[in-house]
Design a protein around this ligand. Structure first.
Ligand SMILES: [Fe+2]
Ligand SMILES: [Fe+2]
Length: 290
């Protein structure tokens, strides 16, 4: 399963986000009179690659795979660098062969954080905007796209049919493993998400990277921002406890900033840099471990 095509079914990581926009179009765009049909009516050569991406994701994200990745990457023994170097590193993800990708990774982060800041939210929330996709550096450590991005979901229990392309779980060995294929699997009713292992990707990775430094709502937003099966579909209420539900109000508040903050005018990094340098220095250590 280690061919290049298996590693990179998407032409660029942004294709996953473009697909999210088709599934969850901007309510404001709709309100402005564009029909959902019109919204979807743009040239989308990404359709098949996104399908193939989810086929791989749903096939290989097993309970055991997640344990392996946690062991490997949550040791944080790969690299140590200031967050600013990490942005430069992250920007290597831009795929020049994709004509649609004129926004690089740092710009997406800045547009998200600037939109949060413009709405007057607390500074740690702004920092969430800046950091939330930092975990995509996993790609630069050679991880396949399907183990970095994509909607996340619990592993170790039955896959909800509300997860996008649920039919691909028929290729996942956990579907036939009696330890993992019942409603609760290895978990107990309403055990709380802190006790649940999610499919592996950039959310869990960045959460662990900064978990000692930010307030709890910020950590929930980082950790579950790709958990669309719950924050959009409520498919896993049976694993959540009261506290999770309280905290998911933040996850839901964050989501539109992530999806709908794309702005044709790119933020001016040089102008913004002093503000963000102060913000990062306030909450985070001088270097982060990857
Ligand atoms: Fe993300
Ligand atoms: Fe994002």
């Amino acid at each position: 399963m280690n061919t290049l095509a298996d590693k990179t079914p998407l032409t660029s990581l942004d294709e996953w986000e473009d697909d999210l926009l088709e599934r969850y179009p901007d309510p404001e765009t709709i309100a402005k009179g564009k029909t959902t049909e019109e919204y979807r009516n743009y040239d989308n050569p990404g359709r098949d690659t996104v399908r193939e991406f989810y086929r791989l994701n749903h096939t290989y994200q097993t309970y055991d795979f997640v344990q392996q990745k946690r062991k490997d990457f949550l040791a944080f023994d790969k690299k140590e660098m200031p967050i600013w170097d990490a942005f430069t590193f992250l920007n290597q993800l831009v795929d020049d062969s994709d004509p649609d990708t004129d926004l690089d990774q740092l710009q997406h982060l800045l547009q998200t954080s600037e939109a949060i800041r413009a709405d007057g939210h607390p500074d740690w929330f702004v920092l969430v905007g800046l950091l939330h996709d930092m975990g995509k550096v996993l790609c630069l450590f050679g991880e396949p796209q399907w183990a970095v991005v994509g909607d996340t979901f619990p592993v170790g229990c039955a896959h909800s049919d509300k997860i996008v392309y649920p039919e691909f779980f028929k290729e996942n060995p956990d579907t036939y493993d009696s330890r993992y294929n019942t409603k609760y699997g290895v978990y107990s009713p309403n055990c709380g998400l802190r006790n649940v292992d999610m499919s592996w990707g950039h959310d869990e990775y960045v959460y662990n990277m900064v978990k000692d430094h930010l307030p709890e709502p910020a950590l929930y937003m980082l950790r579950y921002h790709s958990f669309y099966p719950q924050h959009r579909e409520n498919a896993y209420d049976h694993l959540m406890d009261e506290h999770d539900h309280e905290m998911f109000k933040w996850v839901q508040l964050f989501n539109p900033y992530d999806l709908y903050s794309k702005n044709p005018t790119p933020p001016d990094w040089n102008e913004l840099r002093p503000y963000y340098e102060n913000l990062v220095a306030k909450y985070l250590p001088a270097t982060l471990k990857f």
